[in-house]
Ligand binder design. Structure first.
Ligand code: C2E
Ligand code: CA
Ligand code: CA
Ligand code: CA
Length: 276
């Protein structure tokens, strides 16, 4: 269709086409990725802002396709959600992370990301119960990270599912705070242990952005008065860490303290920390 339409049409169509085609290719490959064992998990340390002690690790999913190579989560998570593949993949992540974390020191928690799609399926609660009972991980050592988008889906039963999960003794963290739909009403509806402050605010604060500073101050004050902790995400530099400490965030996560690492490296990091 080279001569169809104007230059504008020809300019934009190939990009759109490639994108849809890429998504289709990814979807087909994703359908067999679990059974072919193409996924693995990496863990990123979350440390105390006071003394840098390891509080836990966030579980992050990695997909290596034999021909396409390493495919980043931002490319395949939304494809998995749209293709209804996130439930089985998410169950695998949950089960595998719990099995790994049960061998860690008993003070160290494991966090697992959960898509809004997973929380509109009542079977999700069963999957959490089964991951805990098969692994033997105490519920209070598991934290599920959900984003504000969960609360956009009124009527999907997501809030009731979150309540059932809280009833198990599992903790909840509100992820990417401040980047999405922002209404504070749901902070009364669901009991979060932790608010994760998105990296964009952390970067902004270190650059002395008045808005970022004011937002982090307000979030920390609100979390304190509601009995929640705060985790600042994506700290890469000493300047960012200094600012985070000054602002009173409870915990920090970022390349400065450790990139996402395979389970064996995470274990070594914990052993070294215990010897100190
Ligand atoms: P997220 O939950 O906000 O995870 C944090 C992301 O920030 C991770 O990217 C992590 O590697 C990156 N990060 C951490 N520290 C730094 C830093 O200091 N600097 C920079 N530039 N980046 C940092 P990753 O692993 O690519 O994951 C991207 C997103 O994919 C996650 O964002 C999460 O929304 C999603 N995701 C990853 N694993 C899973 C999973 O198992 N299930 C679901 N549903 N989503 C997942
Ligand atoms: Ca997260
Ligand atoms: Ca996040
Ligand atoms: Ca994010």
């Amino acid at each position: 269709s080279k001569d169809a339409g104007g230059g504008k049409h020809n300019c934009y169509e190939p990009q759109l086409h490639a994108n849809a085609e890429e998504r289709r290719t990814l979807e087909i490959a994703l359908r067999s990725a679990l059974e072919k064992g193409e996924f693995h998990l990496v863990y990123q340390p979350v440390v105390s802002a006071d003394d840098s002690a390891i509080e836990g690790f966030e579980t992050l999913l990695r997909w290596t396709h034999p021909e396409m190579g390493v495919i980043p989560p931002y490319k395949f998570i939304t494809v998995a959600e749209d293709a209804r593949l996130i439930a089985p993949i998410g169950e695998w992540v949950l089960r595998t992370a719990c099995e790994e974390a049960v061998n860690w020191p008993s003070t160290v928690r494991v966090a697992v990301n959960v898509s809004a799609e997973q929380l509109s399926d009542p079977n999700f609660v069963t999957a959490v119960i089964s991951a805990l009972s098969h692994s033997g991980l105490p519920p209070h050592r598991l934290e599920l990270e959900v984003t504000e988008s969960v609360f956009l889906r009124e009527g999907t039963g997501a809030i009731a599912i979150l309540d059932q999960i809280l009833g198990l003794g599992v903790r909840l963290a509100l992820d990417d705070f401040g980047t999405g739909y922002s209404s504070l009403g749901y902070l009364r509806k669901t009991q979060f242990s932790t608010i994760k402050i998105d990296r964009s605010f952390v970067q902004g604060a270190a650059k002395k952005s008045a808005e970022s500073l004011a937002i982090i101050r307000a979030v920390v004050a609100m979390a304190d008065s509601l009995g929640m902790t705060t985790t600042a995400e994506g700290a890469e530099t000493e300047e960012e860490f200094e600012m985070i400490r000054e602002l009173g965030c409870t915990k920090v996560q970022g390349y400065l303290f450790g990139k996402p690492m395979v389970a064996e490296e995470a274990r070594k990091l914990m052993v070294r920390a215990q010897q100190r």
